[in-house]
Design a protein around this ligand. Structure first.
Ligand code: CTP
Ligand code: CA
Length: 218
């Protein structure tokens, strides 16, 4: 096609992607983690860069190489992830794929000793990065969240879309072997309804989602 920019081109657009888990310290040597591998978020960052976007990838602790053409910021905690995302604004689109810990621990500055017995951990809520961006003065034009659910997938995803003021929620059924696996089945919830993005490799689903994003931003 000669209509560059109208169909699948993200040249000149800035896209922020979060990916992976966060680690929340318990003490200087221990953390609370989760099973996110970062694969889906890294595939999304790669697909955005392949369409010509300037991509900022804010990554929690993962064992993955940086995709070609992507600027990566490594973080550990939810607080650090929020700060990195806010420092990367403004953006045309933000796709928040990270499995952010919902709570942080009131961490001990010194290593907890086994001899003191099992610790009584005190938790505090983490900031909601998607919800913060949803109400941010520099809110990205297209704000996309993920909802990982084992039950009531589409209803819970729809609630998250409105509660966090997101434009779209990508609904991800994690009742099978998705966490850490190579494939996914994704649905896209917009203000207009639900679209099936299909099942497949995390790379192919990332390309399908980014094609849809490029269409929306054109
Ligand atoms: N998210 C976020 N910051 C958080 C928690 C979640 O930005 N502190 C984002 C995720 O990256 C995802 C979306 O919000 O894009 C939904 O995350 P999810 O964990 O499914 O939703 P929660 O609102 O945390 O609800 P719950 O875990 O109870 O299902
Ligand atoms: Ca959560």
């Amino acid at each position: 096609s000669t209509s560059l920019g109208a169909n699948g081109d993200l040249t000149g657009k800035h896209v922020i992607v979060t990916a992976g888990p966060t680690h929340e310290p318990i003490d200087p040597v221990r953390v609370i983690a989760n099973r996110s591998s970062g694969k889906q978020g890294f595939a999304i960052a790669a697909a955005a860069a392949a369409l010509g976007a300037r991509v900022t990838l804010v990554a929690g602790p993962v064992a993955l190489p940086t995709p070609a053409g992507v600027a990566r910021i490594d973080v550990e905690t939810a607080d650090q992830m929020l700060a990195a995302v806010e420092s990367a604004l403004p953006a045309d689109a933000a796709i928040l794929v990270a499995a952010v810990a919902d709570w942080k621990v009131e961490a001990s500055p010194t290593k907890l000793k086994k001899s003191a017995g099992p610790p009584q951990l005190r938790f505090a809520p983490n900031p909601d990065i998607l919800g913060t961006l949803g109400r941010h003065p520099d809110r990205p034009r297209l704000l996309v969240g993920f909802a990982a659910e084992t039950d009531d997938l589409l209803a819970n995803a729809a609630s998250k879309r409105t509660a966090k003021n997101a434009d779209w929620i990508v609904a991800n059924d994690v009742s099978g072997d998705v966490m850490g696996g190579a494939s996914n089945h994704l649905h896209l919830l917009t203000a207009d309804g639900t679209e099936d993005l299909g099942a497949g490799s995390k790379e192919n689903l990332a390309r399908a989602l980014l094609a849809r994003i490029a269409q929306d931003l054109a």
